[in-house]
Design a protein around this ligand. Structure first.
Ligand SMILES: *Cc1c(COP(=O)(O)O)cnc(C)c1O
Length: 354
């Protein structure tokens, strides 16, 4: 049986480290739970680290958090679909937005249940994912202020996700300038200037974060202790809060090149092999249906991934410990964010307190 072991203590520790780092610089954090599909136990571990708000990209996951009794503010990260504005207003305390027609519909939905829905207007600073273009900023804000059912809480941006644009003092400084122009022109104060995700941490650590940026949305850095520009480990954090475990179901000495004429494999590519002679090979009960194989790394020394099909992972264990790699033994794999994201929905999760 494959299992995904989650160290809650490590996640709490990472959350606390990042929360303290950001607090010193006047930055609030929304802890992002989409990597664990809104798992309420992991969410609880993040809150235990002192983080006071959570953010999610999917309404189903927000609903899961609410059902489990998580009562802190919950933000919706993915800009809402026009067809789901009612649920957004019912479930999320705030949503990120970039379309006036959706904001109008959110306003209507909020008014119909005597609520005011908080929004952050996303500005595209060049990454080309969500956000209004800067030239449309004033017109958009003017329209938003006419909608009675929404409250504009601030401006935000998202970088590094699609275009890979690195957050800098220049592009985030531009966001601050836009926010200050909005404040001056509309005689209002914006509560949040949300300067991005885990990719904004190197700028913060370098001391170059524009001072009015007062909010970040952090997911991967809390879960994996890494910033996301170069995926460097962050000082004083854990990178191994998640471990995938699978059992060895076959161990045999076999050749390293398949016998016979080679056609397509199970996934439509024609595999190529290097002849390394006879090797000791092991198969574990884990495959492409379970996770992103490119995102996992065996923990035990000498274990090398050769390939995977839907449900089988084939390993070279020639130089690994024979007792560790016997049939029936469990092997651990470290995971990256992509592997976790794929593994989480179907995984059998085991929570460790430490
Ligand atoms: C996923 C997401 C985040 C969190 O990103 P990390 O790299 O995991 O910190 C922040 N903001 C938005 C809009 C997101 O979609």
């Amino acid at each position: 049986m494959t299992a995904l072991t989650i160290s809650l203590g490590k996640i709490t520790h990472n959350a606390r480290q990042l929360n303290e780092l950001c607090e010193q610089r006047g930055i609030e954090i929304s802890g992002v739970t989409k990597g664990v599909w809104g798992d309420p136990i992991v969410a609880g571990a993040i809150i235990d680290g002192g983080i006071k708000m959570l953010a999610e990209s999917r309404l189903e996951n927000i609903s899961r958090l609410r059902t489990a009794g998580i009562d802190c503010p919950l933000w919706l990260l993915r800009i809402p679909a026009l067809s789901e504005v009612k649920q957004v207003v019912a479930l999320a305390d705030l949503s990120l937005n970039s379309e006036l027609s959706v904001i109008a519909a959110l306003s209507e939905a909020a008014l119909s249940c005597n609520k005011k829905h908080a929004i952050i207007l996303m500005v595209d600073l060049g990454d080309l994912r969500e956000g209004i273009l800067p030239e449309d900023l004033f017109d958009s804000v003017a329209r938003i202020l006419e909608f009675q059912g929404v409250q504009l809480m601030g401006l935000g941006t998202n970088l590094s996700c699609y275009g890979g644009v690195i957050p800098t003092a220049t592009n985030l400084g531009q966001l601050v300038t836009y926010a200050e122009q909005v404040e001056a022109r509309f005689a209002m104060k914006l509560r949040y200037i949300s300067g991005g995700n885990s990719s904004s941490l190197p700028l913060l650590l370098a001391g170059d974060m524009p001072s009015r940026i007062n909010h970040l949305r952090l997911g991967e850095s809390i879960l994996f202790g890494r910033e996301t520009v170069k995926r460097n480990a962050l000082d004083g954090t854990y990178q191994d809060a998640f471990l995938f475990e699978a059992e060895i179901i076959e161990r045999k000495k076999k050749g390293s090149v398949p016998l016979g004429k080679i056609g397509e494999d199970a996934f439509g590519t024609i595999p190529r092999f290097q002849d390394r002679g006879e090797r000791v090979r092991a198969i574990v009960n884990l495959g492409r249906a379970d996770t992103e194989i490119a995102g996992i790394v065996p923990v035990a020394p000498g274990v090398e991934i050769l390939g995977a099909s839907s449900d089988h992972l084939i390993l070279d264990v020639t130089t690994a410990s024979e007792t560790q790699c016997a049939v029936g033994e469990k092997l651990c794999f470290s995971m990256n964010y992509a592997a976790l994201l794929r593994a989480m929905p179907g995984a059998c999760t085991v929570y460790k307190e430490t």
